[in-house]
Design a protein. Structure first.
Length: 413
């Protein structure tokens, strides 16, 4: 479903009965034109932005699942068709590549007092986007199984996860107590990315598109991933996040890193898994080695402001979005999303992902060539997991595949 709204002060109450006109702090005039994806949490944000329409301010909103295909051509014209692009980690790079969005530092200083540091998405030191909700993978554990195995505390490191898995197996409770989304392609790559972010090391040599994962940190990640598979279903390479979720609901596993957005049904005691749900605990993703960073890359949704627009429209658009994501959004709709908004109190299904945020989880890299790295990881790690390559050989293969793709697209010479 796509939503296309054009709102003026005169039409506000008839067009949007759910949105009374709001005082958004916009001085006199401006045009706010928003391009966004189309799903429930964004409906809440867009409804609030629409309420900023007044005698001097017009608000138009295009919510469509085709937003990624529209954003570059729509922001390339002058003036841009939209003043605001609602984006995520992976949809911001195309706009950065073409200089289609503007730095927000001055607008943040003037109108963004409500924002927290974690909401400010900086690229090369400049604020290029504002995040307002988050998803990512974090730890799910079965408290009853851990207790039965004599494990007194929830694992917080991957070494402790391995110890717990061995204790569960040795106690004869589950032969394969772990699950992961190791299906080749995007999901396998994401497992590597999650754990590699926990090392704190860069994916690329600073200031360049040259790969940097063929390192001691990369080897440590692969060795840990391989060790975890010893406690997974032998057919783990066919299991993605959806299958892992079903295995959890069926009571087949006791520990896994899974998406926060999948938590709701798994902890609903009145839902499909009444025997498992009350025992399901959500905590931050494990750390690696001596590090303190959770192994769960953060995927945020947020917004950027178009470059090819007037200063008046940029200010009006930023102020409308500040109203749209003000703290009372999270107060009024706490279960609407995992909000990256000051004062948000996580609901039961969001405590794990917000623990990732609180404990210093790193954002999925917002770099134009990260998609090429992700693709290379998804295809080149399989032979290592199957025992056909060493970790060093697998990482060299990743870098070779990435380099060829980066040269073909012009990121590397």
């Amino acid at each position: 479903m796509n939503r296309l709204l054009n709102v003026s002060a005169a039409a506000l109450l008839s067009a949007l009965p759910f949105a009374a006109q709001a005082d958004c702090g916009i001085a006199e005039s401006g045009s706010v034109r928003i391009l966004a994806n189309d799903f429930g949490a964004l409906d809440l944000v867009m409804d609030r932005a629409a309420s900023c329409a007044s005698d001097g301010v017009t608000v138009s909103i295009n919510q469509t699942e085709e937003h990624k295909n529209l954003q570059v051509p729509a922001l390339s014209i002058d003036p841009a068709e939209y003043t605001v692009a609602v984006i995520a980690n992976n949809s911001l790079p195309p706009l950065l590549n073409e200089d289609l969005v503007q730095p927000l530092d001055e607008l943040v200083a003037e109108y963004g007092q409500q924002l927290t540091p974690s909401q400010l998405i900086r690229i090369d030191g400049k604020v290029m986007a504002i995040a307002f909700m988050v998803n990512g993978m974090h730890l799910f554990t079965r408290s009853d199984i851990l207790e039965e195995a004599g494990i007194e505390e929830t694992p917080t490191t991957w070494a402790e996860v391995l110890e717990a898995a061995e204790a569960i197996r040795s106690a004869g409770i589950l032969e394969y107590p772990l699950a992961g989304a190791y299906a080749p392609g995007w999901e396998l790559a994401e497992e590597f990315v999650n754990m590699y972010t926990a090392t704190g090391e860069p994916f690329f040599k600073p200031g360049t598109a040259e790969p940097a994962i063929n390192s001691a940190a990369g080897v440590k990640v692969l060795e840990t991933m391989k060790a975890l598979t010893e406690y997974m279903d032998p057919d783990y390479l066919s299991i993605g996040s959806l299958e892992a979720s079903k295995m959890w609901g069926a009571g087949e596993v006791a520990i896994m890193n899974l998406w926060a957005s999948q938590a709701g049904p798994l902890i609903d005691a009145e839902g499909d898994y009444p025997e498992v749900a009350p025992q399901t605990m959500l905590t931050a993703a494990p750390t690696l080695g001596e590090g303190e960073i959770p192994s769960g890359a953060l995927f945020w949704d947020g917004f950027s402001v178009a470059a090819n627009i007037s200063d008046e429209d940029a200010a009006a658009s930023f102020q409308a979005m500040m109203h749209a994501i003000a703290p009372d959004l999270a107060t009024e709709h706490p279960s609407g999303a995992s909000w990256m908004i000051d004062g948000y109190v996580p609901t039961a299904n969001a405590v794990g992902i917000m623990a990732n945020v609180a404990e210093g989880g790193r954002s999925y890299p917002t770099l134009p060539y990260m998609g090429l790295m992700h693709s290379a990881l998804g295809t080149e790690l399989v032979d290592f997991l199957q025992g056909n390559e060493t970790a060093e050989e697998a990482l060299a293969g990743v870098e070779a595949a990435y380099t060829a793709a980066a040269q073909e697209t012009g990121f590397l010479q």
